[in-house]
Design a protein around this ligand. Structure first.
Ligand SMILES: Cc1ncc(COP(=O)(O)O)c(C=O)c1O
Length: 384
């Protein structure tokens, strides 16, 4: 990497692999190349042991049992497995509840299920981007099998009232899934205390490699009937067939180990930097709107809308920082963010929104520089 690249402030989109993660992955890409399913010899056995060690590290981060961890290619696949897996194992016509604030990796599988004859209710979010548990309660029908509510928003950082929603689901004997992709490395996700039946996570949002993640399938309320998306050799308790990518899983495990140890200190440092960013920007510019929940927010997220500037011009002029407008994960779709629109934010403010995602390598000097750069750009654009 050259130092003239923009400052990276888009950690909701992806995070760099931590050098400690890279170190532990290296041998699994070269000399230790065994297939973990071929255990008739030592190559396979070694690979299998490494995978089981990584599984324990992932489980430890969210406090579940190792055999509840089902490795997938990432959170998109984990969400698909949760939604389609539960619904397709249930009678046709069964019902699912999602909400407008979800990532497309939940909304699109829900739509696909509707095309396949299942029913879905999409509940609205409030102006802070949060799901109201009462709306979930009201949407439940006798056919509801699954409720899916993300732990924290990838766009505005809003943390949902997960405990309350989980309780409503359990009272009604409905499975509860949460996409915790943005939350796990920063918030105290604890599945012994939180009654979440299915939890999606992804390594690359948490300083691990891209292309690996997991669906946690709890067993404490009995076996959850799940139809696999991929059939084959019966890997991952028959829920996700396919040769396991050992290097990536080992890296995912190490990333989880580091997060278990460092998430509290990371969160504290990041929220201080984030607050500094907001204070700096809002004291040097007027017409800024902060999007998201004022207190229930991820420590590394700042989402703002800038009044009086054109969104495209703003993004084109911010050449010294790498930030996102809306969700980079759906950047193949240039439409304004569906989440900001669902929060009731006008189209022009939605288009002129910036999402800052701070991360482990973000420094105070970078934040100071970013405040100056954004201020200069906005002041220049407003004079045109
Ligand atoms: C909340 C959320 N869910 C799912 C995903 C998709 O994750 P993955 O890239 O692991 O498929 C992302 C990011 O892209 C996300 O932020």
């Amino acid at each position: 990497m050259t130092s003239d690249l923009p400052i990276y402030l888009d950690h909701h989109s992806t995070t760099p692999v931590d050098p400690r993660v890279y170190q532990v992955m290296k041998p699994w890409l070269t000399s230790r190349f065994g297939n973990a399913a071929s255990i008739s010899h030592v190559y396979g056995e070694i690979a299998r042991e490494a995978i089981e060690a990584a599984r324990r590290q992932v489980a430890e981060l969210v406090n579940c049992q190792p055999d509840e961890v089902i490795f997938t290619s990432g959170a998109t696949e984990a969400n698909n497995l949760a939604l389609k897996g539960v619904l397709k194992a249930a009678p046709s016509g069964s019902h699912l509840i999602v909400n407008r604030g979800e990532h497309k990796a939940v909304l699109d599988p829900a739509e696909s299920l509707v095309r396949d004859g299942y029913a879905a209710t999409i509940i609205e979010i409030d102006s802070n981007g949060q799901v109201d548990p009462n709306k979930i309660r009201d949407a439940i029908t006798s056919k509801t099998k699954l409720v899916s509510v993300m732990y924290a928003s990838n766009e505005v950082g809003t943390i949902n009232p997960i405990a309350e929603i989980a309780e409503i689901c359990h009272e009604r004997n409905i499975y509860f899934h949460s996409d915790a992709t943005q939350a796990v490395g920063l918030l105290p996700v604890d599945l012994q205390k939180q009654t979440i039946d299915l939890l999606s996570i992804s390594a690359h949002k948490n300083y691990g490699p891209q292309g690996i993640g997991a669906l946690i399938v709890r067993r404490d309320r009995g076996r959850i009937p799940l139809t696999p998306l991929i059939d084959g050799g019966g890997h991952e308790r028959h829920l996700r067939s396919g040769t396991l990518p050992v290097a990536m899983i080992v890296g995912f495990g190490e990333a989880c180990r580091i997060a278990s140890e460092e998430k509290e200190s990371d969160s504290l440092r990041l929220s201080t930097l984030r607050d500094h960013l907001w204070t700096g920007l809002s004291s040097s510019l007027d017409g800024l709107h902060r999007n998201g929940h004022p207190t229930e927010c991820l420590p590394n997220n700042l989402n703002i809308s800038v009044a009086g500037v054109d969104g495209d011009a703003l993004m084109a002029s911010l050449t010294k920082i790498a930030v996102s407008s809306g969700s980079a994960c759906t950047s193949s779709d240039p439409a304004p963010s569906h989440v900001l629109r669902a929060m009731g934010i006008s189209e022009s403010l939605t288009k002129a929104s910036l999402r800052f995602g701070l991360g482990r390598s973000t420094t105070e000097a970078q934040i100071d520089f970013s405040i100056e750069h954004v201020t200069d750009v906005v002041q220049t654009l407003r004079k045109l």
